[in-house]
Design a protein around this ligand. Structure first.
Ligand code: NAG
Ligand code: NAG
Ligand code: NAG
Ligand code: NAG
Length: 512
């Protein structure tokens, strides 16, 4: 049977006056980076779809960066007997919280190393309508490895159970609060801040050190809960309300012998005890009772320990835990089934990705890989997969790093979507930056994932219905050029995808 659908045939290249293309720099053997200096930085703008017109944005290994093309639906039928993707608005899934990056000391130091004009362009690149439209940020409580030295708040006096000397750090005043301030001024929507402790002051720990095998001393369970409340109070008083906290960064790392950066080890039993006996009641009985508490904050395979086991043993923990935070680093190794499992057994708890970065493995040649398409691809694939398995948001790690992938006091250098060159007073937007854009710009808070019925193996996809009254489809083609027939509502469109590319399509949502 030959189906009759409305099919597009016209495509028009659009370059609105405000669009500013990438100032591309070829990196030998890699894809391109886009160079920003004080007088020029490319901008990414959405165009609003209409009844007749929808927009298609493409980024590719071959060097396209957010190339925008307008397509028009036309009453014609091309190859209509074969539909590759059907957008099914009746099948809906998780509600999206947002996207963001981390305001570490390292990010703040690199940002501050630029002149005022470039600093503005960098924050705009992430948080404005001309950039990624990020709406979240993660902030370490005290130091982490992406600091110039290990530190925590209230290091002195030691054994200070009531935290009589809790003050913010010189790094906060010099780098992080100014960056946060620029971010919140730049964003058109509230920026939801997630705060996380890596290590408390050594005196709270069994090994009296920032690193290595160290756990919370029993006599400081309440003190460590208060430590979080004090940080929430401090940041609120500076004008930065905290949206959520996690129950400690990567609790498994503090159980590893000779682990070399800031950590605090938790067994699931002890973490459950602390959440139910200390952290939960402390936050929920305070003025900040709406602050979300996320457990786990570690690789997805640890959800069993730090969520499933905890709530089994301490059912009261369900009263305090709002969501589960997961990191990116073992996603290649552990399939996402565990995400589906908790989404099914605990649909009222959200799952948020709170950290991701490339260049973390020892076998990788470089921590910063300029122009790397492979790293963009790993991000794209991970976000599509996460979103298709109930993740409500995706936070990248350091907003920007220096050409070494730091500073990092523990030499744990990694990559970032923006590399800062203080000597040249320039920054480079990496392929990873554009990979993120294809999601972050189009999927605002409160978007809902919808079903994509796919009969093609060659293209990966995910789709959303947004509060902007649009339908957004993100496609990744890791193969040769191909074309797809897509059915949306009563219309069918044929889309040509170039080889090795990510494409975002935004339609107007027409209520039937
Ligand atoms: C980068 O390389 C491509 C292909 O080799 C070439 O067409 C393009 O002009 C180069 N761009 C720049 C900015 O040098
Ligand atoms: C800034 O970048 C633009 C676009 O690439 C270039 O034309 C200009 O010469 C650069 N300015 C400086 C000072 O390097
Ligand atoms: C309070 O902390 C500061 C560092 O933030 C330190 O210099 C000072 O000595 C501490 N005060 C006491 C009484 O330990
Ligand atoms: C992709 O195209 C190249 C060159 O045209 C060809 O050699 C290769 O077999 C194609 N790969 C696939 C998966 O079709």
């Amino acid at each position: 049977m030959l189906l009759k659908f409305l099919t597009l045939s016209l495509t028009v290249c659009v370059l609105a006056r405000k669009d500013k293309p990438c100032a591309a720099k070829n990196i030998s053997g890699q894809s391109v980076v886009c160079v920003c200096n004080a007088t020029y930085c490319d901008e990414l703008h959405r165009s609003l779809p209409t009844k007749q017109t929808f927009y298609v944005y493409t980024t590719s290994e071959s060097g396209l960066r957010f190339k925008k093309v307008a397509h028009t639906f036309k009453d014609e039928c091309v190859n209509c007997n074969q539909i590759d993707l059907v957008l099914d608005l009746k099948r809906t899934y998780q509600k999206i919280q947002g996207f963001g990056g981390a305001v570490t000391d390292a990010a703040g130091i690199n940002w501050k190393s630029l002149n005022t004009a470039l600093r503005k362009l960098l924050t705009k690149s992430y948080y404005s309508k001309a950039g990624l439209e990020y709406n979240m940020a993660r902030v370490p409580i005290g130091g982490c490895d992406f600091s110039t030295h290990p530190y925590a708040y209230n290091e002195l006096p030691v054994n200070d159970k009531y935290l009589s000397n809790f003050t913010l750090s010189p790094e906060d005043y010099k780098y992080r609060l100014p960056l946060l301030s620029e971010i919140t001024k730049t964003s058109k929507v509230p920026v939801n801040i997630v705060a996380t402790t890596w290590s408390p002051p050594p005196w709270m720990k069994t090994n009296n050190a920032y690193t290595g095998v160290g756990q919370l001393k029993k006599e400081y369970y309440q003190t460590y809960a208060d430590y979080h409340l004090k940080f929430i109070e401090k940041l609120s008083s500076k004008g930065f309300p905290i949206w959520g906290i996690t129950t400690t960064n990567e609790p498994t790392t503090g159980l590893i012998n000779a682990f070399n950066f800031n950590s605090l080890g938790w067994t699931s039993d002890e973490l459950g005890k602390w959440i139910v006996g200390n952290l939960g009641p402390t936050i929920k009985k305070s003025k900040y009772k709406n602050v979300k508490i996320m457990t786990c904050d570690d690789q997805r395979n640890t959800i069993k320990d730090y969520f499933i086991d905890i709530v089994k043993k301490y059912p009261k923990a369900l009263k305090y835990i709002d969501g589960i935070a997961v990191h990116y680093y073992s996603d290649g190794k552990f399939a996402p089934h565990i995400l589906d499992e908790v989404a099914k057994t605990h649909p009222e708890k959200f799952i948020l990705c709170t950290e991701a970065s490339e260049g973390t493995f020892n076998w990788e040649k470089s921590d910063i890989a300029l122009g790397s398409w492979r790293r963009a691809k790993t991000y794209i694939r991970d976000i599509i997969k996460d979103m298709n398995h109930h993740i409500v948001g995706w936070l990248d790690w350091n907003l920007c790093l220096n050409p070494q992938g730091g500073p990092n006091w523990a030499n744990n250098y990694v990559d970032s979507p923006i590399a800062v060159f203080a000597d040249k007073q320039e920054f480079y937007k990496e392929p990873m930056y554009y990979a993120l854009a294809h999601f972050t710009k189009f999927i605002p808070r409160n978007s809902i994932r919808i079903k994509v019925k796919s009969s093609t193996k060659s293209v990966e996809s995910v789709a959303f219905l947004t509060p902007r009254n649009t339908v957004v489809l993100v496609l990744f083609n890791d193969n040769n050029k191909t074309s797809l027939n897509i059915k949306y509502g009563g219309k069918t469109t044929k889309l040509n995808l170039i080889e090795k590319s990510i494409t975002t399509v935004e339609f107007l949502h027409e209520k039937s």
